[in-house]
Write a protein that binds this ligand. Structure first.
Ligand SMILES: CSCCC(=O)C(=O)O
Length: 187
């Protein structure tokens, strides 16, 4: 995991990369985002599907539902050869918001969250064991990369699950994607 906070106007240099989980949690807390490190458990098989993933994490998911009143959960499980990987990636690559409080729990793989709740963009590289919230109304987007390796449980306080309101902003296009990010900033 790592966090970088940048201003869309001034760009990325110089940047301060934060890798200490407690510091990441403290910085994200200031913008109303919950960040926790969890035991990710035994790695699941690469081809584990949504049902297997939810079954393996039934207990922590139940605890999260009780703690935050989540009404539904789903799984994003994408492998580098997933036939719909481009469409799945594109769905999250434009800035959007959700009307409810949500949580993402990464049980495998990685992806880059770009949170834009204020005048800064807070870029969080999320990996197995990272839990991060998406506050209601917070602008954000997400990149799983061109060859995605991602297993993520999502929890929603609405029964309907994932519903996005796209902001129409082109801000995401001005930011490096996952691969460029890893090359520039590192994991
Ligand atoms: C890490 S899950 C995919 C991203 C997502 O759910 C979102 O951007 O709202």
């Amino acid at each position: 995991m790592s966090l970088l906070t940048v201003s869309p106007e001034t760009g990325f240099e110089p940047f301060e990369k934060i890798t200490d989980p407690e510091e990441i949690a403290a910085r994200l807390d200031r913008i109303g985002v919950l960040f926790e490190r969890w035991e990710a458990g035994e790695p699941l098989p690469a081809d584990a599907g949504p049902e297997a993933i939810l079954a393996a994490y039934a207990d922590p998911v139940e605890r999260l539902k009780r703690r935050y009143g989540f009404k539904s959960a789903d799984v994003i499980a994408v492998t580098p050869d997933h036939p719909d990987r481009e469409a799945l990636r594109a769905k999250f690559l434009s800035e959007h918001t959700h009307s409810d409080f949500e949580v993402r729990f990464f049980v495998g793989g990685r992806g880059l969250f770009y949170l834009h709740p204020d005048d800064k963009v807070h870029i969080v590289l999320c990996e197995a064991g990272d839990l991060i919230s998406v506050p209601a109304g917070a602008r954000h987007w997400f990149d799983m990369g061109a060859r995605p390796e991602l297993k993520c449980i999502r929890l929603f306080t609405t029964p309907e699950g994932w519903q996005a309101d796209y902001t129409g902003s082109d801000i995401a296009a001005r930011f490096p994607r996952l691969e460029d990010w890893l090359a520039k900033v590192g994991a």
